[in-house]
Ligand binder design. Structure first.
Ligand SMILES: Cc1cc2nc3c(=O)[nH]c(=O)nc-3n(C[C@H](O)[C@H](O)[C@H](O)COP(=O)(O)OP(=O)(O)OC[C@H]3O[C@@H](n4cnc5c(N)ncnc54)[C@H](O)[C@@H]3O)c2cc1C
Ligand SMILES: *[C@@H]1O[C@H](CO)[C@@H](O)[C@H](O)[C@H]1NC(C)=O
Length: 438
């Protein structure tokens, strides 16, 4: 892979290959956005048997400290494993969770309602029965970038550049790219895929609405160092159930970095959120977040407020342009499905595009349309619904033993965890062979 900051640097204009009469195969597939989803899609396409070039256009330089999504759910393991050797490398780079639980808030004693320990040693059994993979987003992206590098000219990531527009012909799409240095360039491609996140400009330029709703609270992802959660019997992931002090307390890495994520009223400004962090942490952490000497026992390294939204675009594909990941759909993080569903979009779309580019699809347009509809239906059935339930669950009242019993009897997931029953989350994947036009 060639990584450059300017489209002109080390980059041959794809139109010059074709001389106006080249076959469509010489044109690259362009991906707008080099987040986890865009890079994973690029890697899958690079691994395909089709001799295709992939260009990723990414607005930013990599930020090694970015954490954002930091826990990956077991249903994504078989998807990540489609890239040879990737899953073990990710496990090696991050670490595996040793357990998760639901517990009451600090004010009601931090009592464990239901919990499960995982065997997190990377032993013989492979990934079977393992818990979440803890891996900050920047580290995930770094592994994907380095793997793309091994593909040489086949895969290129152009940094500090943005997709600002596109125009379609019947046989190709011209992608308008603006770099920091140079003037706007037009790159001809077979397809453009927007993996450009929640504020996706590709989705907007497609003219596709993303109906849904913004939930009644903002979420604040606070990363902190130095607090001894193990001393208070905390698991690696702890869902805190409480009408006001709800949230998720989870280990991020092996070096004592933890995420304390909580909700604040929708109207609060960023300034007010930052001022309120210590107050909130006192309510969220055991022993009021202080040590024996009464001193603050943690150090906040990052405070990232973000909106909790449940949204899904009207279509994920139009003409030669599509969207995946956060560009296509958004969900609150309490079921841990935001990034996972984007990874599943990339996986199924790479199979669909490979089928079409290999001239094997019975009807390319139909296939892309049915992929889009299948992914939208997946969102509503296995992402939106469980995520909304997970959000309601963490906000429920478990202030008395009777209320805890009521939760255990009414909530199938927490109930099953309590009884030690295996949790089998529904698959996020789409069976591409069953799609119309395959
Ligand atoms: C603070 C925070 C905490 C989160 N915590 C969790 C969590 O615990 N669990 C969870 O599942 N999810 C979480 N999420 C959501 C998760 O980060 C997203 O679901 C995930 O990053 C989606 O990946 P993506 O690749 O689709 O988009 P992104 O990671 O947003 O990547 C999009 C990329 O596109 C680039 N870009 C944007 N516009 C353009 C353009 N015009 N041209 C070129 N490039 C462009 C951006 O620079 C960015 O790198 C969190 C999000 C935030 C903000
Ligand atoms: C398993 O969990 C423990 C305790 O949280 C942690 O210290 C260790 O690094 C984890 N092991 C692996 C292989 O990830």
């Amino acid at each position: 892979m060639a990584t450059t900051s300017e489209p002109t640097n080390g980059y041959t204009n794809p139109t010059s290959h074709t001389n106006g009469q080249g076959t469509a195969h010489e044109l690259p597939v362009i991906i707008a956005g080099g987040g986890c989803v865009g890079l994973f899609l690029a890697l899958l396409l690079a691994h395909s048997a089709i001799p295709i070039r992939i260009i990723v256009i990414e607005l930013e330089l990599p930020d090694p400290t970015s954490t954002r999504a930091m826990a990956h759910q077991p249903p994504t393991y078989p998807i990540l494993a489609r890239v040879p050797g990737l899953l073990p490398e990710l496990v090696e780079t991050g670490c595996l969770s040793s357990g998760l639980c639901f517990r009451t808030a600090a004010a009601t004693g931090s009592k464990v309602i239901a919990g499960k320990a995982f065997d997190n040693n990377s032993g013989e059994a492979g990934m079977k029965g393992k818990g979440q993979l803890l891996l900050p987003q920047a580290k995930f992206q770094d592994v994907l970038m380095r793997r793309l590098e091994a593909f040489g000219d086949k895969a290129q990531v152009i940094l500090q550049s943005r997709v600002v527009g596109f125009s379609e012909s019947s046989t190709s799409v011209y992608v308008h790219v603006e770099s920091r240095a140079g003037p706007e360039e037009r790159l001809e491609a077979q397809y453009l895929i927007g993996a450009d996140g929640a504020r996706s400009s590709v989705r907007k330029m497609m003219g596709t609405a993303s109906p849904g709703e913004t939930l009644d609270a903002q979420l604040v992802a606070t990363d902190l160092h130095g607090f001894d959660f193990a001393k208070y019997g905390f698991y690696d992931a702890n869902f805190i159930i409480d009408p006001t002090d709800y949230g998720l307390i989870g280990r991020i890495n092996r070096d004592g970095l933890w995420r304390v994520s909580y909700g604040v009223p929708a109207g609060l400004s960023e300034e007010e959120i930052k001022q309120g962090v210590d107050d909130k942490l006192r309510r969220m952490l055991p022993n009021d977040g202080v040590d024996e000497a009464g001193q603050k026992a943690y150090r906040v390294v990052r405070v990232a407020p973000y909106k909790a939204q449940q949204r899904c675009a009207d279509t994920f594909w139009k003409g030669r342009v599509g969207i995946v990941g956060d560009a296509a759909h958004l969900t609150n993080p309490y079921a841990g499905l935001g990034l996972a569903s984007g990874i599943a979009d990339a996986s199924s779309l790479s199979s669909v595009l490979t089928r079409i580019l290999g001239s094997e699809a019975s009807d390319a347009d139909k296939l892309l349309a049915s992929w889009s509809e299948a992914r939208r239906q997946k969102y509503f059935s296995v992402v939106d619904k469980p995520s909304r339930m997970a959000y309601m669950r963490v906000k429920s009242d478990v202030g008395t033993p009777e209320k805890v019993d009521a939760l255990l009897s009414h909530d199938p997931l927490v109930g099953a965890l309590k009884k030690g029953m295996p949790m089998m989350p529904p698959s996020l994947e789409t069976s591409v062979e069953e799609l119309e036009g395959w």
